[in-house]
Design a protein around this ligand. Structure first.
Ligand SMILES: *[C@@H]1O[C@H](CO)[C@@H](O)[C@H](O)[C@H]1NC(C)=O
Ligand SMILES: *[C@@H]1O[C@H](CO)[C@@H](O)[C@H](O)[C@H]1NC(C)=O
Ligand SMILES: *[C@@H]1O[C@H](CO)[C@@H](O)[C@H](O)[C@H]1NC(C)=O
Ligand SMILES: *[C@@H]1O[C@H](CO)[C@@H](O)[C@H](O)[C@H]1NC(C)=O
Ligand SMILES: *[C@@H]1O[C@H](CO)[C@@H](O)[C@H](O)[C@H]1NC(C)=O
Ligand SMILES: *[C@@H]1O[C@H](CO)[C@@H](O)[C@H](O)[C@H]1NC(C)=O
Ligand SMILES: *[C@@H]1O[C@H](CO)[C@@H](O)[C@H](O)[C@H]1NC(C)=O
Ligand SMILES: [Cu+2]
Length: 743
């Protein structure tokens, strides 16, 4: 394959339909390399040769090369770090204690690393003949041997260390606050805090914690509760305030300890280093603040006191593999019916709009009656009448007739399952073989992971895609619907092919000059999808959940307000308010829910609809070209009550009578209630386009490729070790050890 330049487009727009109140993954994919072919589909298949030497058939290690310059950002060597550590401990004015022996009133070394060299010096080295910049170490000391403990940033050098020229000085040039590289340490007395304050107070209500949760937090080995709290500490009016909460203990090694809060909170004033000055300041339970233990105790033992249960570790909280690995996907090729994991759906196909999905079920319940393309608009603009006058509505040409055979190994993985599509034209039925593909794929990131000091869990993000490509004129639209293990569904459009270009003269406001007398022609793509959700039945509502900043006083905030945020919920009541755009900063979640269907926690069941990588509605307002032919392109999200007579957002002949088109989408909005009714979402994906040039290099790829043998790249999962630790003081380079711990 030769190098080639392309006036092509590689762009995408994605929506995710995610299960509400579940984490979801955003799909993303690497751009693929375009074959150089136009309307006549001719491509050079790359040969798969068996004549390669057998060694070449394995995934070869990348060749070793030599960097042109030293990597001056690469950190200290073991020897440098060890020599700095040794030197620091010989500086009596630093008064250091080795970390393992250091208590709350001893100084210790927190960090020894390379001080990043100044760019001014580095440039002279990497771009010129200067020698590499002098190296310095950045050191942080935890200075706790003082009434006012502090962290101290130091610069130590020059390196290598010697006893005459190496010095330390405060590092503060990178900081805006010039206080000699010192920052106060509010965390110096962690052990004393528990032993002198938190455990004794916890002991004073041990009868209550036993009664509530059959446990205590006393600092004993048989504790089943523990306490931790806010970060950062409250720092108001010169006082330091700590809030701690009780938590249940995990019963497994999965690192899920953040899932078991118990809802009882303790407030204390921990200003200064003298525990005698610290003060317990109250309890909070069920949003009621009690200033003293006596007050809390009295309330607790009063009849009618509301007690809630504990969160308890169990399978629900754990990330280990549960259940068997089952069959993955099944296809009825004749009926075009597909099952993958907990999903099932039917594939429909039409001349106007190509592939669509119907009766999409998750765990046996329908979530979408219909999910499919309605229309694709390419609205151009330019200083000439042809570009300015062009606004293709592509269903006129049809997506079905242009859904050609897919290229195995390029459009879809070679192992994909392929389906045929057919359409009627000129008294014939045409079949395009292999024009829909179905395949599983491993995302380049896991869908879940967690590590602890002695356990790691990670789950492959295997997803399932169905794809077709319609090449309508110069443009190739690649449509992909993807299904994920977390229940989410991705809708993705990628555009490729050739741009439509403009003559360059006086066209500056509409694009870039990209060849001798050529301009890219700016245009908006907007593609409308119908998503007819049915959540636990057809009667559904749309909830808008907005995260909003708020200034608020709480029962526990001591009469002061706090600047924070909260969630505001409302429903889209009718078609009078059901055409809108994605909120700035992703602040508003759009949820299709069923008010009558709650999950076991009492929350509404539903799907969230979210943009995931670029959506757009039409920039042009009240388009002169289109008049009423594409009102569907005006907003990101539009919701109507379902009617059998409001079947599609568009009509393939809308372009023939733009003022009075066969389907004027805006007339669907006539104030009907959207409260618990069968509703349809009309969602736009889009891209703002502008031609630029690109040049594709093949980076020395040979024509012949060999089949990859996977055996040598299978990972040995039991070789997982964790961190390699090399002790620096004393320096012990020959005895590394392994540990996966929090620092
Ligand atoms: C040095 O640190 C120790 C505690 O490790 C402390 O007792 C002593 O007062 C400190 N010396 C000076 C001069 O600060
Ligand atoms: C790096 O730049 C800072 C800020 O200009 C300067 O204070 C510092 O001395 C420089 N460091 C070296 C090693 O030249
Ligand atoms: C620096 O001095 C220490 C003792 O003060 C000595 O052990 C060490 O060898 C000296 N290092 C160098 C490089 O002279
Ligand atoms: C309470 O905790 C103790 C000790 O942890 C345990 O032996 C006992 O079974 C627990 N009781 C209940 C009711 O869970
Ligand atoms: C926990 O240990 C302490 C001290 O060893 C003991 O007094 C207490 O009874 C134990 N609590 C339980 C619930 O076993
Ligand atoms: C697809 O079309 C090809 C070519 O006409 C035919 O051989 C094949 O059986 C068709 N597949 C299905 C599932 O209909
Ligand atoms: C690849 O094949 C083409 C046509 O056979 C040939 O012209 C070209 O030189 C080959 N390229 C390489 C890198 O072998
Ligand atoms: Cu485009």
């Amino acid at each position: 394959m030769a190098n080639f330049s392309s006036l092509g487009v590689f762009t995408r727009a994605i929506l995710v339909l995610a299960l509400a109140r579940e984490a979801f993954a955003t799909p993303s994919q690497a751009p693929w390399q375009k074959q150089g072919h136009g309307r006549k589909k001719k491509w050079s298949r790359r040969s798969t040769s068996d004549s390669c030497p057998s060694s070449a058939c394995y995934l070869a290690a990348p060749p070793e090369i030599s960097a042109p310059k030293d990597n001056v950002w690469d950190g200290l060597t073991h020897e440098e770090a060890a020599s700095v550590a040794t030197w620091l401990f010989s500086q009596s004015d630093l008064n250091l204690t080795v970390s393992a022996d250091a208590g709350e009133w001893d100084n210790s070394v927190l960090l020894v690393e390379l001080l990043k060299p100044n760019k001014t010096e580095v440039i002279k080295y990497i771009d010129g003949d200067a020698s590499a910049p002098t190296r310095y170490a950045h050191v942080v000391i935890d200075h706790r041997a003082a009434e006012d403990p502090y962290y101290q940033d130091l610069i130590v050098g020059p390196l290598p260390v010697d006893n005459t020229s190496t010095t330390w000085e405060a590092l503060d040039y990178p900081f805006t606050r010039k206080t000699g590289g010192r920052v106060r340490n509010l965390d110096a007395d962690r052990d004393t805090l528990y032993s002198e304050l938190l455990y004794p107070i916890s002991a004073s209500i041990a009868d209550i914690t036993l009664d509530l949760w059959n446990g205590t937090a006393l600092g004993l080995n048989n504790d089943t509760l523990y306490m931790w709290g806010i970060d950062p500490l409250w720092q108001d009016d010169g006082r330091i305030t700590l809030w701690t909460q009780y938590w249940n203990s995990p019963t497994s090694g999965f690192g899920d300890s953040t899932l078991f809060p118990l809802g009882l909170y303790m407030k204390s004033d921990i200003t200064g280093r003298d525990p005698a000055q610290w003060k317990f300041e109250g309890w909070l339970y069920n949003d009621i603040f009690y200033e003293t233990t006596e007050e809390f105790r009295a309330a607790y033992f009063t009849e009618g006191f509301v007690k809630y249960g504990p969160n308890v570790d169990g399978e629900w909280a754990q990330t280990d593999r549960q259940g068997d690995i089952g069959s993955r996907y099944k296809v009825d090729s004749d009926s075009k019916y597909v099952e993958w994991m907990d999903f099932s759906f039917y594939v429909g196909f039409s001349r106007d709009t190509g592939m669509a999905l119907y009766d999409v079920k998750y765990k046996g319940e329908r979530v979408l009656y219909e999910l499919g393309l309605q229309e694709a608009l390419a609205h151009y603009a330019g200083n000439d009448p042809v570009q300015s006058g062009t606004s293709y509505l592509d269903s006129f040409y049809g997506f079905g007739p242009y859904a050609f055979e897919l290229v195995q190994g390029y459009d879809c993985p070679a192992y994909a399952t392929f389906l045929n599509t057919s359409f009627y034209t000129a008294e014939t039925t045409h079949t395009h073989p292999n024009s829909i593909c179905l395949f599983e794929f491993d995302a380049d990131y896991p869908i879940q992971r967690h590590s602890t000091s002695d356990y790691v869990a990670v789950t492959k993000n295997v997803y399932f895609s169905i794809r077709s490509v319609s090449t309508v004129g110069n443009y190739d639209y690649m449509f992909t619907y993807s299904f994920y293990l977390d229940g989410s569904i991705g809708v993705e459009v990628r555009a490729s092919g050739y741009i439509q270009s403009a003559y360059f003269a006086a066209n500056e406001d509409y694009g870039f000059k990209i060849h001798d007398f050529l301009s890219g022609s700016m245009h908006d793509h907007v593609l409308n999808f119908k998503a007819d959700f049915d959540i636990a039945g057809t009667e559904n509502s749309v909830q808008l959940m907005t995260v909003a900043p708020v200034t608020k006083e709480y029962p526990w905030s001591g009469g002061k307000t706090r600047n924070t945020m909260h969630v505001e919920r409302k429903f889209v009541e009718s078609e009078d308010e059901s055409r809108f755009n994605w909120a700035a900063n992703g602040a508003t979640q759009v949820l299709v829910v069923n008010k009558e269907a709650k999950n076991k926690h009492g929350e509404l069941r539903g799907y969230r609809v979210a943009p995931a990588g670029g959506t757009a509605h039409l920039t042009v307002k009240d388009s002169t070209n289109l008049a009423n032919a594409a009102r569907w392109a005006e907003y990101d999200i539009q919701i109507t009550k379902q009617h059998d007579h409001e079947l599609s957002a568009a009509h393939p002949y809308n372009s023939q009578d733009v003022s009075d088109p066969p389907v004027d989408f805006s007339s669907y909005f006539n104030g009907e209630s959207l409260d618990q009714t069968d509703l349809v979402m009309w969602l736009n994906l889009g891209m703002h386009h502008d031609g630029v040039t690109s040049h594709v290099e093949t980076f020395g790829q040979k024509n012949d490729t060999c089949k990859l043998k996977y055996t040598p790249i299978d990972a040995d999962l039991w070789s997982y070790t964790g961190d390699v630790v090399v002790r620096k003081f004393p320096f012990d380079p020959n005895n590394p050890f392994y540990q996966t711990g929090s620092i």
